[in-house]
Design a protein around this ligand. Structure first.
Ligand code: RAM
Length: 349
């Protein structure tokens, strides 16, 4: 517990600290001011203290989603903190969940490193009255109240398979450099990518899936090993922002630059130099700030009793507008987006 406390990182609640680019993906919003009315049964007494628990700290993707959640929490008048482990391993989040519950958090927003390993801790927190919302990477549905999904697994898988197919002429060996081996989100996307490759791309051979654990150096080393092991490799898909940027850094100074294609999911700021130097032509993502923002508003709606997480429940998410809870208590943010040399200059996150 002491360990968890020492690791805790408090985020200054200043609007100025928010990531730039937060609004770049926002379409059709009226900017209605975010609404501070909580509505529902919680009313003014609702415990709007929000704890954000990413897979691990030190990942710019999660820094951006945390910025979005913090912005939302400021709008609805709650308090906010981010905590998290340094390693994205299956049980590394348990102590932070327990501490949040002990400290009386009203809501916990978590991206899970494992679908099952944190379930007991989450359910204990729920028994203690904490509303649990997963975002980005889900747990089993019975361990949380709601999942905020960035895009469908099918959409995320298809865009990456389409990009690699286009970049290697729809033929040859490819590998996948993933995050941690148990990550719910990457594993769902990889399963669907395998199905799409088998059904629609008979001349592409997936030779191996390797895991960089969402650690920069491990991902870099795994990239080097892949290129050594498979001299005929035509491309790499990395469905993790940590993996794709480490792989791009390796490729950019290697003999494989421009010869071995690299695509997947990346942040524009981490990938910009590799798009500009020709290492990478196109990759995809969604807006992590919007994802965090939506997760925070959903958590508020649960805390106040405006929603219970039942299918068909709807709630307002500030500048992003209104959202509805779908099957399996999941809420969908939108579609993935492709970045390339023509548009990457328009984004800053
Ligand atoms: C990394 C994390 C995160 C994932 C992105 C695409 O930052 O693994 O969970 O959604 O990549």
């Amino acid at each position: 517990m002491m360990f968890a406390m020492q690791r805790k990182r408090r985020i200054a609640t200043t609007a100025a600290a928010l990531a730039v680019g937060v609004t770049l993906f926002v379409t059709g919003c009226s900017g209605s001011g975010g609404g501070t009315e909580s509505g529902g049964s919680g009313g003014e007494d609702a415990n709007l203290s929000i704890t954000m628990l990413p897979k691990n700290l030190g990942n710019p993707y999660f820094d951006t989603s945390t910025g979005g959640a913090q912005e939302a929490t400021e709008e609805f008048g709650g308090t906010f903190e981010e905590v998290g482990p340094s390693e994205a391993s299956p049980t590394s989040q348990v102590e932070y969940i327990q501490t949040a519950a002990q400290q009386g958090a009203g809501g916990l927003i978590v991206s899970a490193n494992d679908p099952e390993a944190i379930c007991d801790a989450l359910n204990e927190a729920r028994d203690a009255g904490v509303k649990v919302v997963t975002f980005d990477s889900d747990t089993n549905p019975d361990c949380r109240d709601l999942f905020i999904n960035q895009a469908t697994a099918e959409g995320i898988a298809k865009i990456q398979v389409d990009l690699i197919a286009e970049q290697i002429g729809d033929a040859g060996q490819i590998a996948i450099l993933s995050a941690s081996a148990n990550a719910t989100n990457q594993n769902a996307w990889i399963d669907t990518m395998k199905e799409l490759l088998a059904s629609d791309h008979p001349d592409i051979e997936l030779v191996e899936v390797v895991y960089g654990d969402d650690d920069d150096q491990t991902s870099f080393d795994k990239t080097a090993a892949l290129l050594q092991t498979y001299p005929e490799l035509k491309g790499i898909i990395s469905p993790t922002t940590v993996g794709i940027s480490a792989a791009a850094r390796y490729l950019s100074t290697s003999e494989y630059k421009g010869k071995v294609a690299l695509t997947g999911l990346g942040t524009p700021n981490q990938m910009r130099e590799y798009v500009e130097d020709g290492t990478v032509t196109a990759f995809a993502l969604w807006n992590p700030a919007d994802l965090g923002y939506l997760a925070a508003y959903a958590t508020q709606a649960l805390i106040t009793g405006e929603i219970t997480g039942a299918e068909g429940d709807s709630f307002e998410a500030g500048k992003l507008g209104s959202f509805e809870v779908g099957p399996d208590a999941a809420v969908l943010l939108g579609d993935p987006y492709v970045f390339d040399a023509d548009n990457i200059g328009d984004f800053d996150f």
